[in-house]
Design a protein around this ligand. Structure first.
Ligand code: B1M
Length: 210
């Protein structure tokens, strides 16, 4: 079994200690961090999501797997946050109202910081009003919205509408992302861009302000 397969297995089993140790081992072996994230954590979450959909596991198992992934991300965090580039700008990020999924958002947040952004992370279940308030307070160039549920996708639209209503829409670039989101949906709701993953979000954020 490769180290990535071992990380994936331990994540699916919700073995946080195992994930921590294996992630440390992988770093010592100088493997690519993106491979740990994609082939280990995200791949595990894909299978967990499928099992949940098929009724093979329930919310507690999904939560335990998520905690194991969090433990692994904690090991990677110092490296992801390590800024190797010059300051680019300020970004606000949050998971939209009604949605509690935060791992993709956290990954985007960490990678933005690592790429030279000052990131204000508003957390999960963020109301449109809270996004507006944060834009007024922090004056970012980028607003990042994350949603993992089809039922919370409309909250992205409501957030953009709240920015329009507050007269702030042309002061920021809005990036949306999350498993159910698409480029077409981004266009429909008036976002500036859609990012399929954290790496793409970093590239797009830079392009949008340059
Ligand atoms: Co939930 N959940 N969940 N869940 N959960 C999904 C999303 C689901 C697809 C599972 C399934 O049925 N197959 C399903 C949604 C179905 C749908 O809407 N079509 C689902 C459901 C139904 C639910 C509940 C309703 C279950 C219930 O209670 N009956 C409930 C809702 C709670 C709520 O939010 N109100 C719920 C709860 C939970 C837990 C709390 C148990 C837990 C979350 C823990 C946490 O986040 N702290 C959880 C988990 C773990 C999942 C799955 C298994 C994994 C999500 C994850 O962390 N992936 C998920 C299945 C799946 O996604 N395959 C599922 C890893 C993460 C790194 O990937 O977030 O996709 P992701 O981020 C990616 C990209 O999407 C992108 O970049 C990242 C990769 O680099 N990205 C962005 C994300 N945000 C971005 C923002 C950007 C740019 C890119 O710019 C700003």
């Amino acid at each position: 079994m490769t180290i990535f397969a071992e990380i994936k297995q331990a994540t699916m089993e919700g073995n946080a200690r195992g994930v921590t140790n294996l992630t440390k081992q992988a770093l010592e072996a100088k493997v690519n961090i993106n491979d740990i994230v994609n082939d280990g954590f995200i791949s595990a979450m894909g299978i967990i999501g499928e099992k949940f959909k098929n009724g093979e596991i329930y919310v507690p198992e999904m939560l335990i797997a998520a905690r194991a992934m969090k433990a692994g991300l904690k090991v990677l965090e110092p490296l992801l946050l390590l800024t190797t580039r010059d300051y680019i700008g300020k970004a606000i990020i949050g998971t939209v109202q009604g949605d509690l999924h935060d791992m993709g958002k956290n990954l985007v947040s960490m990678m933005l910081q690592g790429a030279g952004w000052d990131v204000i992370d508003l957390g999960v279940n963020v109301t449109p009003e809270k996004f507006v308030e944060a834009v007024v307070t922090h004056q970012p160039q980028i607003v990042g919205l994350s949603a993992l549920l089809t039922t919370t996708m409309p909250a992205m639209k409501l957030t953009i509408e709240a920015l329009v209503k507050a007269g702030l829409r042309d002061k920021v670039k809005v990036i949306v992302g999350g498993a159910p989101i698409s480029a077409q949906f981004a266009e429909e709701i008036g976002a500036d861009s859609y990012a399929s993953d954290a790496g793409v979000a970093i590239e797009i954020a830079k392009k949008l302000v340059s």
